[in-house]
Design a protein around this ligand. Structure first.
Ligand SMILES: [Zn+2]
Length: 90
């Protein structure tokens, strides 16, 4: 399982996207009996990571989802802190 993002390769098989993460950041897909994670590339098109068997690919998916949730959490905490600060100043 790779954590590397590389340009998405179709391998000529039909791609099925079955799940989209929070904010549409990642997509869980299946192709030719293998699972992979997709995300939009900054230069256009898609990048893929974790292509492999379900267990390995899903472990990476869970990791990415967790990281993304943490970002939301940190941002929410920062917003809350700045609101409290403003209230204390006022
Ligand atoms: Zn999100």
């Amino acid at each position: 399982m790779t954590r590397f993002w590389e340009p998405y390769q179709s391998w000529g098989n039909r791609l099925r996207v079955t799940e989209t993460s929070c904010c549409g950041k990642y997509e869980w897909a299946c192709q030719g009996g293998l699972f992979l994670i997709l995300r939009h590339s900054v230069i256009g098109g898609y990048e893929e990571a974790g292509r492999g068997r379900y267990r390995e690919a899903r472990a990476l998916w869970d990791e990415l989802i967790h990281e993304h949730d943490q970002k939301h959490h940190r941002r929410a905490m920062a917003t809350l802190a700045s609101k409290k600060l403003k209230r204390n100043v006022a």
